[in-house]
Structures are given as C-alpha cells and as structure tokens.
Write a protein that binds this ligand. Structure first.
Ligand code: ATP
Length: 379
C-alpha cells in the first residue's frame, strides 16, 4: 500500500487551436490506506486526474509520487495500480474467472496461486457462483463486482475507481456503496474514488476533495466540508437539497447589525461574523442549509430544541411546494422577493400548500460568503 502525492499537477489538452486546462495546479496528498473521494461536476478534471496517476496520460507539469517514488518515468503497468472504470471494461469473450485471472496471468503468477487468489476474492465479493459465466450473462451489479474483483486479485498498492457505481440503478448503487466501504476496511488499501455524486462522496470517503474547472476547491472530512464549505460553490455542491443562498448586505453597527436584501431583513446575533465592521455595506451572500431551518410547530413539538438566542426568525412565509420523502419532507417557501428557499422538516408536521408558516434558522449554522459563484466563506 502507498501514499499518493500530487504536486502542482497540470494537464493541458490541445486540439487544434483550442486549449483545455483539464487539471490546473493540483496539490493533493492521499495518505497510505486512505479512502479519498474526488468529487465535482462533469468535466471538472476528475477522470483526467486519475488517468495521470495511473500513467495513462502524460503530465503537462508538476509531479506525482506513489509510495514516495516519483512515477513520471514509470510505465503504467509498473505503477502497481488497479483502475476500475465506469463501464467495467470486462473482456466479453472471457469467463469471469479468466477476467479476474488475466492480470495475474500476464504477470506469470503460477496457476495454482491464480486459482487460490481468484477463489479468495470471489468469496470476498460473493461471486463464486459466477466464475464460469461470461459478462453477457451477468447483471450490472454482478459486472461491477467482477470488475472490482479483477482489481482486487492483484492486491495493488493503490486502487483508482472512476465512477464505478454510476451505471447501477439507485438501490444497487447504495448497496454497492456500502460494500465498497466495507471492502476498504478489509483491504486496508489506498483508494481514490471519482464521482460526480455528492451523496456518494459524503458517505464513502475518509476525506473528500472537491474540484471544479480543473481546480481543487477544498479537501476535508465530509462533515467538515458540509459544515464549513470553503466557498459558495462547495456550499452549493455538497448537500442535498442544496444550501439556500440569499443576497444582501450588512446594515447597522457592529453591536447591532442585520443582514438585509431584497428578500428581507434579519437581525443577526453579535457573533454571526468575525469582523462585521469590515463588511458593512458590501455585497454578501447568506447561506442556510435546509436542515437548519425549522417551523414554529417543530419548535413547539420539541421545546428547547432551538431557544430564542440560538435561532433567528426568518419570518412568515408562503408554502409553495411540499415534497414528502417519507422520513423527511422538503418544504419550499417564498421570500419577499419571490425567490424560494427549501426547509427540511419532520414528515408529520401538518402544513398545506398555500399556508403561511413562521420559519426560524439555527443561529449557529448561518453561513456567509463573498459575492459571486466562488465567493469565499467569511469567518
Ligand atoms: P465527467 O464527470 O463528465 O467524466 P470529469 O470531471 O472526469 O468529467 P475529465 O474527463 O477529466 O472530466 O475532463 C476534463 C476536461 O478535459 C473536460 O473539459 C474535457 O472535455 C477535457 N478533456 C478530457 N480528455 C480530453 C482529451 N483527450 N482531449 C481534449 N480534451 C479533453
């Protein structure tokens, strides 16, 4: 097993006169045996980053170390890495056994050892009964297990997973997600897992790294990123439903200030921002997680859960949409400027479309950002 370190990694693709900076000065250290999830929207450079680590593409700049060794001149086959792709890339004419055994055979591992290793991994993944079948006779989930199995038998130093769950239906995706997480415990290996699915990123990784436009936005433990997103982009990308954003500015003085904009005016607790005086009158964005917004009746149902000092009154708002999800309900309400925000409320709180509700936000969970798509988090 091994750590993976990327320093000032750059990848530029040139096609004709156009240039795409797919990876832009990426610095990232993945610890030995860590499960790191690289997450970001489509086209942000995730796959390119994996391909650079695997050696499938050449670097335009920077260095990559695996296990402390600079691998710039090491061929892909000698990097001791296994990559699992979105489309599984199984050999269609080979049985599951042969698919799994292929890498070992190429390395001239003795037949008896191949048989034992494939057997062990098939047992681990619960696919022993499939060893004689060909990929065409497997379900999506089974193909996925075989693709994982083929990677695992080699016991490489590092696993690179490129959206391995994205072709599976929702239920199976969640099940395989748990399996991969448990597998990581068993294998004690370094895993870099790419996904564009923020929920997968939150649940799978020891840490997640958020990328956009080839640039690394933030790296951290999932809950740290959720609770302290580095900028507005990350705040909006991690968490579902996304964080609500309200434009405005600070008004008043440092002892008594409020956030005000077209959507409303809300007096803030004194410690809501570290340097309120430096922000007065400047455009800001207030962020509210849907699960930090509560209704009056929720408060009445659990008195003391949010007392007067720890919450701010958002006001009385019109309910535009109610989305019951079973365990939780998403309630869309209208602000003064007609924009809507979403609150996550308990499922059995009785509200009807068109009702007016008093809403409150946890004062300790307010977020503030500078203006613009990548506005930085304000302490
Ligand atoms: P997705 O989630 O859609 O797979 P991604 O985050 O993995 O996206 P990449 O595939 O790494 O993104 O692509 C990053 C950028 O580099 C994109 O703008 C893409 O069009 C471009 N790109 C990738 N490969 C090449 C290539 N071989 N030639 C030219 N441009 C490329």
């Amino acid at each position: 097993m091994a750590a993976v370190t990327l320093e000032h990694v750059i990848k530029v693709f040139r096609t004709g006169r156009t240039e795409v900076r797919a990876v832009d000065d990426l610095n990232l250290s993945v610890a030995d045996q860590e499960f790191l999830v690289l997450v970001g929207p489509s086209g942000c450079g995730k796959t390119t980053t994996l391909r650079l680590i695997a050696g499938l593409d050449d670097l335009s700049g920077g260095t990559i170390q695996i296990g402390g060794e600079d691998v710039r001149r090491v061929a892909p086959k000698d990097r001791d890495i296994a990559m699992v792709f979105q489309n599984y890339a199984l050999y269609p004419h080979m049985t599951v056994f042969k698919n799994m055994a292929f890498g070992l055979k190429m390395r001239r591992v003795p037949k008896v050892d191949i048989k034992r290793k494939v057997g062990e991994v098939a047992d681990l993944l619960g696919i022993e009964h499939l060893l004689d079948r060909k990929p065409a006779a497997l379900s999506g989930g089974e193909c996925q297990r075989v693709a994982l199995g083929r990677a695992i038998v080699r016991r490489p130093r590092v696993f690179l997973f490129d959206e391995p769950l994205s072709n599976l239906d929702a239920g199976l995706r969640v099940r395989m997600r748990s399996e991969i997480k448990l597998l990581h415990k068993d294998l004690q290996s370094t895993i870099i897992h790419v996904t564009h699915d923020q929920e997968e990123a939150m649940t799978l990784g020891d840490r997640l790294a958020v990328m956009v436009n080839g640039v690394l936005m933030q790296v951290g433990a999932p809950m740290d990123v959720y609770e302290r997103p580095a900028n507005r982009f990350v705040a909006g990308f991690i968490g579902m439903p996304p964080m609500n954003f309200i434009d405005g500015e600070l008004t008043g003085d440092t002892k008594n200030y409020a956030f005000a904009g077209p959507a409303g005016r809300w007096p803030l607790p004194k410690d809501a921002l570290r340097n309120p005086e430096s922000l007065m009158g400047k455009p800001l964005v207030m962020g509210l997680r849907p699960d930090s917004i509560h209704t009056d009746s929720e408060h009445a149902a659990s008195p003391g859960a949010t007392d007067a000092e720890s919450r701010i009154a958002l006001g009385r708002m019109n309910i535009k949409l109610i989305e019951p999800l079973g365990d939780i309900t998403n309630m869309h309400v209208q602000l003064a400027d007609n924009a809507t925000i979403v609150a996550r409320i308990p499922p059995r709180v009785a509200h009807q479309l068109g009702d007016k509700v008093n809403l409150f936000a946890d004062a300790s969970r307010l977020h503030f950002f500078g203006p613009g798509e990548f506005g930085e988090r304000l302490p």
